[in-house]
Design a protein around this ligand. Structure first.
Ligand code: 3H9
Length: 695
């Protein structure tokens, strides 16, 4: 087996290279290699200092996540880090690209840290339902202080080199070659007789930390409800203040193992790999050529179009936004500017970044101005005739190589593609609202979409900071089709005895940011109303249909934008308040439909909402609309706020067990009829004792 760590002497400095592509994950062979090379350097009388550096694209992406849950192979990462920290010769970490998780923890155990401009440092363990388990919670607060350390540990976000330097996380940012810079830095340490600075020996002023922990617990209470890792992170940093180093480390280990074993972390680790797996399309080879996307255009500057345009500008890609009327264009552009201003005032971006991004967005009402765009994303009103006209014009106007992408959320991409002479270049790119925030892009492959178009759009998703999932054509694609299966059951529950806030509470407690009714009010009830009106023509006459949402819309209640929907809202507030008018309406509809209202338990609400959603996911898999079960999970986590610690609906289904879900679905089918018939795939899994993860 190739060595994953190698060593070379540069004068009096020993340089240890981590060489485990793609991200220098610290698996067993790397850990063994680092200890071996450090020992070799320490034993060599010619060597006075050591530099640790990563080959390839980064320093290190941390512990090898694939090893978690497998038999352990020595040495432990903590021992590797102790070897560096206890070295009698100064050890310098030379950081380019990411140094995160266990990678940063290794750097924290080095006596000094030098980065280059590409360095990004962070402790993302929380995103895997973990806490840093190799001293990160003990060394980081000692090095940079409690408050910034808590920020890094709890956000899991990566910090650029300049910020890390300002915080003292980096000692120097090298201009020019990093390894050479770090070697020079190490030589200087030796010649100046600088001390071996052991992070573990730094002290924290307990007075300065007073009050921070309680304040932090309060500030995360809503977002972290029900989660283990965020609270263990806080406790562990608190231990760094309150306990001697070794005791703090012992506690950190205990918490780490507790989190590692938890179902929450298993769900989050599944989500991590699922997201990366989604980029792989079995019949589109990884080496399929991709078209360069250097300029983009967006059709429509409403809420969606504006948000989509921002994604391009944020990624540094010039984008032209086209609207039919100058007035609508001005309004849309003003909203984009307002969104950026909000980000500046919240400190998310600088004024300079805002100016640069705005300068990349150009408005027009003339199709000729988008003729040279590499990709056009159409986000006009959901009306097939309108879209066909728009696509015929685009086909005539845009250069032949341009990809024409539609943001439709329900319409048939093949029918749209047929309006052009380039169906191979037509694809769906379904963004989620608000499009500049939500990370999901459902990329919809039509029957004739070419491999190159697919590969280009999948890559583009990543370039603009989205998670792309390739899906097939059907009404609602993966996300909205499953959403419908769930929200219509939520509406039936109202007819049978529940109230909106009861259903919403169960879904919120399960871990969604909000329940279906609060979500409807946020998204705007008129959107769904229009879709239902369109579907009314094709809906089977004997299919159960809840009229409550329509009746609410008929009253002009469209959700938050009218301060009234399923709930009422005080002027200027987004907090849903149960509304007696709606409760009266619900009871009235129950009576009209002949329902005897009954008490509905929280468990029943949960099963009635989630199992039909899973059942629809099973049908989607049977039909090949989604490539794999984990893709469905990614859609739901990034597009609909499915709690990531539950791993997505299909992963969650495997935790409950196909057998149990099938039994409940069979019972519901007997009670409520055809629409709740268990999917054949679910039945097969129940019979075979397998799960969606085994497919
Ligand atoms: C930890 O460190 C615990 C310690 O505190 C304590 C231990 C005792 N392991 O994202 P990409 C794979 S927990 C294994 O597409 P990018 C990834 O699956 C760890 N594999 O590339 C993918 O594989 P494939 C804390 C890993 O350039 C490939 O690398 N660390 C790991 O866009 C490329 O990944 C994290 O949570 C890993 N640690 O981004 C790091 N990391 O090609 C999370 C990546 O087969 N990782 N892979 O699909 C990241 O943030 C990004 O992957 C990174 C590279 C920024 C590193």
């Amino acid at each position: 087996m190739a060595e994953l760590v190698d060593y070379e002497k540069r004068g009096t400095v020993g340089v240890v290279f981590l060489d485990n592509p793609p991200v220098n994950a610290m698996g067993a062979a790397v850990r063994q290699g680092v200890v071996k090379c450090l020992t070799q350097a320490c034993d060599d009388p010619d060597i006075q200092a050591v530099v640790l550096v990563g080959r390839g694209r980064c320093f290190s992406g941390g512990a090898d996540i694939r090893e978690f849950g497998k038999p352990f192979e020595s040495p432990h990462l903590r021992e590797v880090i102790d070897t560096a920290e206890n070295s009698p010769k100064p050890v310098v970490a030379a950081i380019h690209g990411t140094a995160v998780g266990g990678g940063l923890e290794l750097a924290l155990g080095c006596h000094y840290r030098v980065g280059d401009k590409s360095a990004r440092l962070g402790l993302p363990e929380i995103k895997l339902g973990l806490l840093p388990g190799a001293g990160g919670t003990q060394r980081l607060p000692r090095l940079i202080g409690v408050e910034p350390a808590l920020g890094i540990v709890l956000s899991g976000e990566y910090m650029p080199a300049d910020k890390a330097l300002a915080l003292g996380l980096l000692d120097e940012v090298a201009e020019g070659g990093l390894a050479e810079g770090a070697v020079t830095f190490a030589e200087r340490l030796v010649s100046e007789g600088r001390p071996l600075r052991k992070t573990r020996e730094l002290t924290i002023d307990p007075e300065g930390a007073a009050g921070i922990f309680e304040k932090t617990r309060k500030s995360i209470a809503r977002k972290a409800r029900g989660l283990i890792a965020p609270y263990r992170c806080i406790e562990s940093v608190e231990n760094a203040v309150a306990l001697p180093y070794d005791e703090g480390m012992a506690k950190e280990r205990e918490y780490f193992l507790e989190c590692l074993e938890s179902e929450q972390s298993k769900g989050q680790r599944h989500a991590f790999f699922a997201e990366r797996q989604a980029t792989k399309i079995p019949d589109v080879p990884a080496d399929t050529p991709v078209q360069p996307i250097e300029t983009a255009a967006v059709l429509g500057c409403g809420t969606m179009g504006g948000g989509i345009a921002m994604n391009f500008a944020n990624a540094g890609i010039p984008v032209t936004v086209l609207e039919a009327e100058a007035e609508a264009l001005d309004k849309g552009l003003a909203i984009i500017a307002k969104n950026y201003t909000g980000s500046v005032s919240r400190g998310r971006i600088t004024q300079e970044q805002m100016d640069r991004r705005l300068a990349l967005i150009t408005g027009t009402t003339d199709y000729a101005d988008i003729a040279e765009a590499d990709i056009v994303i159409e986000a006009v009103f959901e009306d097939m005739d309108l879209k066909k006209r728009v696509y015929a014009t685009l086909d005539e106007t845009c250069k032949p190589a341009a990809i024409l992408a539609t943001n439709t959320s329900t319409l048939d991409v093949d029918e749209i593609a047929a309006a052009t002479k380039r169906p191979g270049k037509v694809i769906g790119t379904h963004f989620f609202s608000p499009a500049n925030v939500m990370k999901l892009m459902e990329n919809v492959r039509g029957a004739k979409t070419s491999d190159e178009t697919i590969a280009t759009v999948m890559k583009l998703s990543k370039t603009i900071g989205k998670v792309g999932v390739l899906v097939g054509v059907c009404d609602g694609f993966v996300g909205n089709r499953m959403l419908y299966a769930y929200t219509r059951q939520a509406a039936f529950l109202l007819e049978e005895g529940a109230l909106p806030h009861q259903v919403d509470k169960v879904i919120y407690d399960f871990g969604f940011p909000m329940g279906p009714f609060a979500m409807g009010d946020l998204a705007g009830l008129d959107v769904g109303w229009r879709i239902r009106q369109r579907r009314a023509k094709t809906r089977p006459k004997d299919e159960r249909y809840s009229p409550i949402a329509d009746r609410i819309c008929e009253r002009g209640r469209f959700g938050q934008k009218t301060n009234a929907g399923w709930y009422r809202y005080e002027e200027g507030s987004r907090t849903p308040q149960p509304d007696p008018e709606i409760e009266e309406l619900i009871v009235q509809v129950s009576g009209e439909l002949g329902f005897e209202r009954r008490e509905i338990s929280e468990q029943e609400i949960l099963e009635r909402c989630m199992y039909p959603l899973i059942n629809e996911g099973a049908k989607i898999l049977e039909e090949g609309i989604a490539i794999r079960a984990s893709d469905v999970d990614v859609v739901w986590i990034y597009g609909y706020g499915f709690p990531v610690h539950r791993g997505g609906p299909m992963f969650y289904a495997d935790r409950v067990g196909a057998k149990a879900i099938h039994e409940t679905m069979s019972r519901l089918h007997d009670q409520h009829g055809e629409m709740l018939r268990p999917a054949p795939l679910l039945a097969d899994l129940a019979k075979s004792g397998k799960g969606f993860g085994d497919l």
